[in-house]
Design a protein around this ligand. Sequence first.
Ligand SMILES: Nc1ncnc2c1ncn2[C@@H]1O[C@H](COP(=O)(O)OP(=O)(O)O)[C@@H](O)[C@H]1O
Ligand SMILES: [Mg+2]
Length: 246
Amino acid sequence: MQKILSAKNLQYTYESGKSRTEALKGVDLSVEDGEIFGFIGPNGAGKTTAIKLLLGILTPEKGELTLFGQSPREPKTRQKVGYMPEIANYYKYLTPVELLKIYGNIFGINKDLLRERVGKLLELVGLENEANRLMRTFSKGMMQKVSFAQALINDPDLLILDEPMGGLDPFSRMKMREVIQDLKLKGKTIFFSSHELSEVELVSDRIGILCKGHLLATGTVNDLLGDKKAGQSLENYFLNIIGEKI
Ligand SMILES: Nc1ncnc2c1ncn2[C@@H]1O[C@H](COP(=O)(O)OP(=O)(O)O)[C@@H](O)[C@H]1O
Ligand SMILES: [Mg+2]
């Protein structure tokens, strides 16, 4: 299978004045075509930093990184990637329709296709009745939904979602899980971060566990837990493995 994402020995340190934070200390990642990869780790593990490297927003201090076999900064690569940031920090004096059109224009999508796609995406995330309301009046969960729609505006082959379920109610979480699974059926590859194990376990083909800038384990949930009859839950496994690091 084709590697959609490949990272070797990724390292990144934040420096400001005298303070240094080694956020990633040599992380290897590989995601195959059509996979749902769940990237889990406690707060501060380095998930968002890794995602910003994958997107070319930050430049790795060391290591090699390719998406679709190319640099993440290649315009051609960017056309194929959708990104949902951890915090939906959009200009709030816009409506969802206006925001999605701005993003669609950035990707050069033609007017008719864009109008159709915006309508479909707002329906997909359940915001069709709020399509023309100012986002100033939206809850956190509603902003997450707009953000998810934004990540899909270019019909990306690779979707990178940073804590996509944060702020969503259980019903909306279930809906988002369904959408993610449908996207997989359409051949899309999904890389998403979360600190909520149950979400990751339900939807991922493979998971990677990050803690303090180290990737502690990767594999399918079954690979990691071994014989499920032994009664080990992903939560116990996770707590044990990160416990050794903390
Ligand atoms: N802009 C920044 N400046 C300095 N340190 C940062 C910055 N962003 C993140 N960090 C630090 O890097 C580490 C990893 O953070 P992050 O990648 O946001 O983790 P996660 O997304 O897993 O919660 C944390 O120790 C965090 O405090
Ligand atoms: Mg984060």
